[in-house]
Design a protein around this ligand. Sequence first.
Ligand SMILES: NC(=O)c1ccc[n+]([C@@H]2O[C@H](COP(=O)([O-])OP(=O)(O)OC[C@H]3O[C@@H](n4cnc5c(N)ncnc54)[C@H](OP(=O)(O)O)[C@@H]3O)[C@@H](O)[C@H]2O)c1
Length: 241
Amino acid sequence: MDDFRGKVVLITGGSSGIGLALAQAFAAAGAAVTVCGRDPGRLAAARGGGVEAIACDITEPDQVTALLARLQARHGRLDILVNNAGWMEERDFRAAPLDGAALAAEVAANLTAHVQVTNLALPLIARGGAIVFVGSGYGWAPWARAPVYSACKAGVRAFAQTLRLQLANRNVAVMEVVPPAVDTPATTHRRVAKIAPERVAAATLAGLRRGRREVFVGEAAFLPWLLRLSPRLAERIVGRG
Ligand SMILES: NC(=O)c1ccc[n+]([C@@H]2O[C@H](COP(=O)([O-])OP(=O)(O)OC[C@H]3O[C@@H](n4cnc5c(N)ncnc54)[C@H](OP(=O)(O)O)[C@@H]3O)[C@@H](O)[C@H]2O)c1
């Protein structure tokens, strides 16, 4: 996929942070972009400049079905689905039992919804299209303070791998983007080195153009090598804290 002009793109969680940067990058490249999220204020701010913003909670299949119906009515197809929406909570299982509803909500937003959105969107995805998952380095080497989030991202990674195998004959690409810490509203409280969300967006579009299966952004690029050379060291470096 080397030309995004006229491509129909849906980005979940495209009203903030990495998703918003992706929406702006795809729109600048000539794509017809739709983003979704829950907060009306963030959606209003994201709308415009080639970006349509629609309210949809990805953990509610009825809302996802309605969103996809609107896309189908307007464009008749979907070329690129970006499963990006998500959030992370730090949780300490030494204080177990934790709140079960909160744990279920985190799994729903960060794993189940991505499987469901993909499942519901697949009939709309055109041949030559692509499905992108915004994963995390914590899906490759988990962070001790975010056990549920890390498990969800590892699940997203495994789902992307299996989907790639199943869709190989349909000419639909499946790509995982693996960012390091990124400067977004979700990370304002974290005192670590962060990269700009625009860098993740640029790497994502470049990865699609080059037909990449995985795109490791910034210092996440060291992860596959470190995991191969010394999984224990990778676990210690990423998992500490
Ligand atoms: N920032 C980082 O350091 C970093 C690093 C690696 C990976 N990531 C991943 O990158 C993705 C985006 O993160 P971000 O940092 O850009 O976060 P962000 O700025 O908080 O944006 C998250 C987006 O997801 C939407 N969202 C959350 N839950 C949703 C739901 N149930 N239904 C629909 N939309 C929902 C939010 O909108 P509403 O809240 O209005 O619904 C918002 O648009 C996430 O998957 C995250 O895990 C982030």
